[in-house]
Design a binder for this molecule. Structure first.
Ligand code: 5AD
Ligand code: SF4
Length: 448
């Protein structure tokens, strides 16, 4: 089985759970698509041309399948993730290579559906063409197997999924469905298993992770702040992160947790999308730019070294030059350590897509490059502050150059260092010698 993952960290987590589910019926993972008996594309639908990219990837899969058939073997092909959810039947019609189209809420049915797809091979039609994109009443988490594959020193854990906020640009409420929080006991048990398997850092995931309101182990519910505090009590768990959060769900308990829970890392990805109130209103974000400024102010009081990150959309329908200037002003006020920024892309089925106030492409390109120049400058400035300081790094992978390892600082910066191989998997303090837009380095000579 070969799984290719596109898009966000939730897809990375989902791919692992799909692999775990298929492992229970004998599938073994491979990194080589050419030798796989089953290929799963775990897709992302958030921005432009997502579906087209999947169709062209499926063209390559078909070529691979032809080669394999010449050798007397076969490949089962499944498309999962948000493009699968959005395309459904259309995908089976357009791409005859696809055996199974499976939406994110149906992954617990994967072993059964794969068996059906395989059985169909023996029939004259040869292909099952299964579409599993209904939102089931039950939670997939109740049916997926407990963790079987170790997830490494830095692991993802989905605690919340879906979204009820319906920002007018976003497909998520349609592809991932309604907001759902996993029960706290289930989340904690999974966290303990990850730590027992070697995780030192866990990133809690959700489309609206801080909207978490899962069943408490006894009665009632826990909010996200409480969940974070309980996670921090797990022995051997040194670092906790979470993503992605919404400003409206940044409650006082969670803000306080940033000051009180040492394992909660001083980095927060809190997307604001725009700094203009009329645009925020048209986006249905339900907060103002000043609300956001106040939240960041409170976070910085609770945890003075917290590094802020965000997502931005430029060229949302109706965005004027003055609206965009408000975004630039907000960026200057907050001073970001990191950010993603995108040109608005009309997603079919979302309210903003049909607005007749679309911004011309050349204006979007210009605004995006202006914004990105400012963000890059802030990010470089942020990183340079660390030169000469010592920072603890969780080394989790080989570095770019031979003899190097790479890891992350508490502030989520990528850090490279010439290091003995046995530092991998450990948290080690290094002296920062060099810094650049992309991160930090302990080595004098190497560019960061
Ligand atoms: N166009 C551009 N960017 C988008 N995002 C979500 N939907 C769109 C869209 N239609 C961005 C948002 C979100 C991030 C994951 O992707 O900034 O926070
Ligand atoms: Fe999309 Fe808005 Fe929900 Fe985030 S909060 S997933 S941007 S609808």
């Amino acid at each position: 089985m070969f799984i290719r993952t596109y898009g966000c960290q939730m897809n990375v987590y989902d791919s692992r759970r799909m692999a775990d589910a298929l492992a229970t019926v004998g599938y073994v993972g491979t990194d080589n698509a050419a030798e796989a008996d089953c290929i799963i594309l775990n897709t992302c639908h958030i921005r432009e041309k997502a579906a087209e990219k999947v169709y062209s990837e499926l063209g390559r899969v078909r070529a691979l399948q032809a080669t394999r058939r010449e050798a007397g073997k076969d490949i089962l092909v499944a498309v999962a993730g948000c493009v699968a959810q959005a395309e459904g039947e259309e995908m089976v019609r357009r791409a005859p290579v696809v055996d199974l189209v499976i939406g994110p809420q149906a992954y617990h049915h994967l072993p059964k559906l794969m068996a059906q797809a395989e059985a169909a091979r023996a029939t004259p039609r040869g292909r099952a063409g299964i579409v599993a994109t209904d939102f089931p009443a039950e939670s997939k988490f109740d049916y997926l197997p407990d963790e079987v594959t170790p997830a490494g020193v830095s692991a993802f854990l989905t605690v919340q999924e879906g979204c009820d906020k319906f920002c007018t640009f976003c497909v998520v409420p349609y592809t991932r469905g309604a907001e759902y929080s996993r029960p706290a006991a289930e989340v904690l048990a999974e966290a303990r298993r990850l730590v027992a398997a070697g995780a030192k850092e866990i990133t809690l995931l959700g489309q609206n992770v801080n909207a978490y309101h899962g069943d408490a182990p006894g009665n009632g519910e826990w909010g996200f702040g409480r969940l974070v505090r309980e996670m921090a009590a797990i022995d051997g768990l040194h670092r906790i992160r979470y993503t992605t959060s919404h400003p409206r769900d940044m409650d006082d308990d969670l803000i306080r947790a940033h000051g009180e829970v040492p394992a909660l890392m001083p980095f927060l990805h809190l997307p604001v999308q725009s700094g203009s109130d009329p645009i925020l209103r048209a986006m249905n974000r339900k907060h103002t730019a000043d609300d956001y400024r106040r939240i960041v102010e409170k976070l910085r009081i609770a945890r003075p070294d917290i590094a802020m990150a965000s997502d931005f959309i430029v060229g949302f329908p109706g965005e004027s030059g003055a609206h965009f200037a408000d975004t630039m002003r907000l960026v200057r006020d907050i001073d970001y350590a990191q950010a993603y920024s995108f040109k608005y892309s009309a997603r079919p089925g979302t309210p903003a897509a049909t607005s007749d106030d679309q911004v011309p492409e050349d204006v979007k390109i210009e605004r995006l490059s202006e914004l990105q120049a400012l963000l890059a400058e802030q990010q470089t400035k942020f990183n340079r502050k660390f030169v000469g300081q010592r920072v603890p790094v969780l080394f989790d992978r080989p570095g770019r150059l031979a003899g190097q390892l790479a890891g992350r600082s508490p502030w989520q910066q990528a850090v490279h260092a010439t290091a003995p191989a046995d530092w991998q998997g450990k948290i080690i303090e290094i002296a920062v010698a060099n810094a650049g837009p992309r991160g930090l380095s302990a080595d004098e000579s190497a560019a960061a």
